[in-house]
Design a protein around this ligand. Structure first.
Ligand code: PBG
Length: 334
């Protein structure tokens, strides 16, 4: 849309509409609400405990019971969904990643516990092999290569186990080709026709995931980088092709990840397809904002809210963010 050309000064004075909070409120184009937030949380084994993540101040891994309590608080704050990431102990990581589709693995136990205890929150999952993989990669590694089709077969098993456990939203974050179609058709066959897929469609090979890899215990395991499956940060048209492919294959929603450095991609995706579009404000983005806030270098609350609003302005329908409860509390009035 081309803006209507303004009349010359002083007929037009833009500052007139900024003179009061009321006028500014009337002309505000985008707003953030709790409804826009998906809260990623880290789950660990154990009883009634938590473990702070040094590179993500204010974020901890939680045991299943504590995740249920966190989900309750999130639901009370009006947050529509929580997204689970498991911290898998080293002894359970293998080359075949069989733990990933065990019906009683940590993640599936957490899904069941939340679904049983907190009816008013949707549960989102992560589909990728990295927490379970002795090599730290999202796919099977053979002779230094990441195998695509064999990995997709494993991801389908993982998706079905999560759907059986009661997950509402499946989040394939692995970037293998063909996984959305394979998961969608397996869900239909298994009678899970209402389970939704939020595809990590445009996921870049980013250094902003560093703190997350600490949180899920993958930093030490990962050999090499993820450049043969995650996207090159220089690309933009490729993101549109990936989104088009994933929608055609059965994704209900798509994601751009990371968030703030890729707002241009969010805008292009939303304008090109008009599908439910989400951004993941990832661990490194959280660490930068939170770290600067805690040091008093910026106003932590204000940069948090401004950063979240930027996603709405870029066209996103929602944001995965570690700030979700803090932002929802502020939106409710503190
Ligand atoms: C892995 C996965 C990653 C994140 C979500 N799922 C890391 C990676 O791809 O290495 C990153 C999230 C974050 O940084 O907050 N499947």
């Amino acid at each position: 849309m081309t803006p209507f050309p303004p009349a010359a000064f002083p007929t037009t004075r833009f500052r007139r509409m900024r003179t009061s909070a009321q006028l500014r409120g009337l002309m505000r184009e985008n707003t953030l609400t709790a409804d826009d937030l998906i809260w990623p949380v880290f789950v660990m084994e154990g009883e009634d405990a938590e473990h702070p993540i040094a590179s993500m101040p204010g974020v901890s891994r939680l045991t299943v019971g504590r995740v249920v309590r966190a989900a309750e608080q999130a639901a009370e704050l009006g947050i529509p969904a929580i997204c689970l990431f498991p911290y898998i102990e080293q002894s359970r990581k293998t080359e075949d990643c069989a733990e990933a589709w065990d019906a009683d693995n940590l993640s599936n136990r957490a899904i069941r516990a939340i679904k049983a205890g907190v009816p008013d929150i949707a549960v989102m999952t992560d589909i990728a092999l990295d927490p379970y993989n002795i090599n730290g990669h999202d796919g099977y590694v053979v002779d230094g290569q990441i195998l695509n089709d064999e990995t997709v077969e494993a991801l389908v098993k993982m998706a079905l186990a999560q759907a059986d456990a009661g997950a509402d939203i499946l989040g394939p974050s692995d970037m293998m080709d063909g996984r959305i179609g394979a998961i969608r058709s397996a869900l239909e066959t298994a009678g899970h026709s209402n389970v939704t897929i939020l595809s990590y469609a445009a996921k870049y090979a980013s250094a902003f995931y560093g703190p997350f890899r600490d949180a899920v215990g993958a930093s030490g395991a990962l050999k090499g980088d993820k450049n043969t499956y995650q996207m090159d940060p220089g690309n933009s048209d490729e993101a549109l092709r990936l989104v088009a492919r994933d929608i055609a294959d059965g994704a209900d929603m798509v994601m751009v990840k990371p968030g703030m450095p890729y707002l241009d991609i969010c805008r292009r995706v939303k304008e090109s397809f008009g599908v439910p579009t989400y951004a993941y404000q990832v661990s490194g983005e959280y660490a930068m904002l939170k770290g600067a806030g805690l040091n008093g270098w910026v106003d932590g609350q204000k940069v948090m809210m401004e950063s979240l609003l930027s996603f709405k302005r870029a066209g996103c329908d929602g944001i995965l963010t570690y700030f979700a409860p803090e932002a929802a509390r502020l939106l409710r009035g503190g």
